[in-house]
Design a protein around this ligand. Sequence first.
Ligand code: PMT
Length: 398
Amino acid sequence: MQGKRILLGITGGIAAYKIAYLIRILKKQGAEVRAIMTPASSDFISPLVVSTLTENPVHIEFWNKQTGEWTNHVELALWADVLVIAPCTANTMAKMSTGICDNLLLATYFSMKSKTIIAPAMDLDMYQHPTVKRNMETLLSDGVQIIPATEGELASGLEGQGRMEEPAQIAEILQDFFRIEHKNGPSKTILITAGPTHEAMDPVRFIGNHSSGKMGFELAKTSLALGHSVILISGPSSMELVHPNLQLIRVQSAEEMLSAVQMHWNRCQVGIFSAAVADYRPEIVANEKIKKNEEHLTLNLVKNPDILSWASSNRENRQIVVGFALETNNAEENALSKLDRKKLDFIVLNEFVKDVSGFQSETNKITIFDKDKKSFVFPLKSKKEVALDILSVVLTIE
Ligand code: PMT
């Protein structure tokens, strides 16, 4: 965050009082912070507090009646590495999505060349209102990143979704944002496969593996935090994720996963295939539960379709394809052979260490190879950090 220029927009909601904490965190991390307040927001937090904490004058009006000074919104917009509007009211979102420009903050938003991130806050029924949802969708497609409101106790006394995300979390999202070089313009749509697949033997049994889905869900979470749209196609997993910019499709088998990928692949710019897809499935799925009458049971297995290879050989417009390889022996050799065979842009080699790296663990130890076999070696890290490393390599190749 050192030296990053953060322009804070504060609008008139009760959560505005929390912005004092956000400014403190950002300043401690070395960021330069300036603030624009809408006139209504000064009922919720004093401009004096904001000015003292940012160590900068606070901008509210286009011109200051006392001093006669004019605030140049274009200059402020060009100064900022990012505009963060927190809290962002339904009123401000409506104006941002329809082009109404009746205060300094909005004029600055419409002049921004770098990213705008908003953290909405309002009562739960307002948050669910179709108009508010529609405005959020418009803002997302305009390239605005939305930090969804969280659930909990609201100022009205009601309980539900509408609370502004906590300042510490907003600061974390900003850190992630700055860790990857952001290009201006619309965000990418990233397709991610996650989890295991379950291949049915009969109505109650299946062949599967120990993948938990953690790695794929962390990739999705981080992509969303960076402002991208995600289509997450997950096999059976207990992981949950909700975000306005996420389409989560749950499947059971490899064949279902392939159909979902085929349905969505052509509208994605990047595909990250982290699922542990079962290589084989029972040739015949019994209609009734298989009885244990015999000492031995022979199952005929047939090969599953290779989803990654399908995506790689059905690309349009320079789509980036990233595969995973979990290897127990000859790790590098096997991973590089998959990179070539499946014609990938990148392969992420997971070094399998029981309970430490691979299935179900909280951590992973990876090496990424690009198509020229250049390697990026990383130490053992949490799957969240691994996700950020993967996206940092994969999204900065253009
Ligand atoms: O879910 P977690 O518990 O967090 O664990 C994460 C993980 C270990 C499952 C993940 O990080 C991982 O390494 N996934 C790949 C597992 C693997 O080695 O798969 P593979 O070698 O069978 O396949 C190689 C690549 O082809 C993978 O990208 C896989 O998604 C893809 N594949 C494989 C078979 C198939 N039929 N279709 C595919 O798309």
